[in-house]
Design a binder for this molecule. Structure first.
Ligand code: DC
Length: 276
């Protein structure tokens, strides 16, 4: 299957191909207990203060506390596109946390080191430079495969989560996308989105992108690949992919990119306006 797909083309670069719109919140954010991004970091990601979002965003106004937007979802759901656009719109920093796993895997591959030694992989994870992540190189399919192997290792995850939390402190705000941002990395982020779409739709988008780029693709193989990734991401013991209880669910199966962005923007605007 890898041979057929050849290289992994990131579906999230697709423009203007999604359809109609649909969304539903998983929970009412205003009723959800929150803590500020900075106290998350102090608590190592485990504590919640029980304060309301309104209270928190008020507390954050005009202080050193800055906005954190957590975006999670399965592969090829469009979360990267949304994350980049939100970051651009608000002038926030953006981190695709998948690239941190990919960079660790690439460094191991380049050094001829094994992918199944947790201590070695953790050492490499601690050396990853978040400022030097090159998406073009790291998006290669074989790097994604290697990344998914080391992403199940708790020591690797701990090392990368530490770096990701430091990134989340950046001013004036940060958008992080991945699989465990709302649940583990920044569990108290004031804005959490869970961006998803059916496996069929995600496979179709990936298929169209490859074909549109002049490549040849096998829809069934891509569909199987998407399902296999879902199983791996959702089935692992450490930090499995799942929506945070208080995340907004954005199902983009029948939604245009623009509609998804506008919905996400309205959620971010609402959180920011509570600062006023
Ligand atoms: O989103 P991606 O394909 O670039 O992710 C690469 C791998 O890293 C994939 O196996 C999922 C994993 N990952 C993770 O475990 N946690 C994250 N926050 C981001 C990615």
């Amino acid at each position: 299957m890898e041979g057929i797909i050849g290289i992994e083309i990131d579906i999230e670069t697709i423009d203007g191909k999604w359809k109609v719109s649909q969304n539903r919140p998983l929970a009412d954010r205003q009723a959800s207990p929150k803590a500020s991004g900075r106290s998350i970091l102090r608590n190592g990601g485990s504590g919640r203060t029980g304060a309301s979002l309104q209270q928190i965003t008020k507390d954050r106004a005009g202080t050193e506390e800055d906005m954190i937007i957590a975006i999670d979802g399965p592969a090829a759901a469009g979360k990267g596109t949304l994350a980049r656009r939100i970051a651009e719109t608000y002038g926030f920093h953006h981190l695709d946390t998948g690239l941190t796993y990919r960079a660790t895997a690439k460094a191991l591959l380049d050094a001829g080191l094994p992918l199944d030694d947790e201590t070695i992989a953790e050492g490499m994870a601690r050396k990853v430079d978040l400022a030097g992540l090159d998406r073009t190189i790291l998006s290669r399919h074989e790097i994604g495969e290697a990344a998914s192997k080391i992403a199940v290792m708790p020591a690797v995850r701990r090392a990368l989560v530490e770096a990701q939390r430091r990134f989340a402190e950046k001013k004036p705000g940060a958008v992080l996308d991945g699989r465990d941002i709302g649940t583990v990395v920044c569990p108290d982020a004031p804005v959490k989105l869970y961006v998803t779409a059916s496996a069929e739709v995600r496979a179709q988008r990936r298929y169209e992108e490859i074909v549109d780029a002049g490549g040849s693709a096998d829809y069934d193989a891509i569909f199987e690949d998407v399902k296999r990734r879902d199983e791996r991401d959702m089935g692992r013991t450490d930090s499995p992919l799942k929506p945070a209880e208080d995340a907004y669910l954005l199902d983009t199966s029948e939604m245009s990119i623009e509609a998804a962005f506008q919905k996400a923007k309205s959620i971010v605007d609402a959180a920011l306006s509570r600062n006023a």
